[in-house]
Design a protein around this ligand. Sequence first.
Ligand code: AMP
Ligand code: MG
Length: 341
Amino acid sequence: MAVLGIEGTAHTVGVGVVEADPDAPGRCRVLANVRDMVRPPRPESGEAAAGIHPREAAHHHAEVGPELVRRALDEAGLEAADLDGVAFSQGPGLGPCLRVAATMARALSLRHGVPLAGVNHCVAHLEIGTGLTGADDPLLLYASGANTQVIAHVRGRYRVFGETLDIGIGNGLDKFARDNGIPFPGGPRIEQEAARVGPEALHPLPYTVKGMDLCFAGTAIAAQRLVDRGVPFPEACYSLQETAFASLVEVAERALAHTRKQELLLGGGVACNARLQEMAREMAEARGASFHCPPRPVLVDNGAMIAWTGLLKLRAEGPTAVADSAVRPYERTDAVEVTWR
Ligand code: AMP
Ligand code: MG
């Protein structure tokens, strides 16, 4: 069973093709996973760098999307009519971007008579982790641009045990980077800068854990104040990373204790960060839990995770009717009934 998945919730349009691994139940094989990302224009000197404009991102996705579908099918060695399903990111995300992905998926489905499956983007980050690593029933620390959640499967749904109350951690890093002239995505550059200094460079910043929830906007603003006061940029990057990542790992640890899950899984673009991986691994191992982190191409937004979640959903409950395929920009992780577990 081979399913093609189209991701299009925000900055990235991605197309992946996956199949179930015949030798390992619950695992998948990625046959293709191609993507392209909208890049806001580089700022003129002295001008602030631009963020993502939803309509411009949607235009970008519509322009490059069809070619990505062709490339993904070529890499997988399949024709569209050979597919057993076409999945798309139904939500949550930016409306204009979601609609482009949904339109492409409906067109492929109707043109080639292939079943359609709308899937939740956050759930897909978790499923691709279990599909590709040894994890089976993990707690997911999902740290991406727009989303930051600690998620685990309990009684039929992926429940959110903690989440950001303001911005996603990646958006916090990107905003701080942008205010310092670094174009989107800023996370990788902040990681490089932070790696130049050590623990003696840590400046105190607001550390915000409220109950099980998190806040990043104030931490990022306070990091900017450090820069404004003349603190060297790498020290501000280091302090921002250490403070924000520590709060993530604290909430994940408490959720592990509460749910008694034995596996910690990372997902989302910020999980590409080696320091976050190190902190999360250390915490998991200290608790006797196993640590799992899938490779970078499936940590960032990608089509393979949509394809795999679509495959699981199609197997369990059959296709999504076109009439039910309207996009869901605000769909929450815990609104999804998980029929395939
Ligand atoms: P996603 O929204 O899951 O596609 O992830 C994109 C986000 O991941 C952006 O906010 C990036 O800045 C962030 N990101 C990517 N690589 C890194 C990294 N090495 N360290 C921190 N953040 C990163
Ligand atoms: Mg994401």
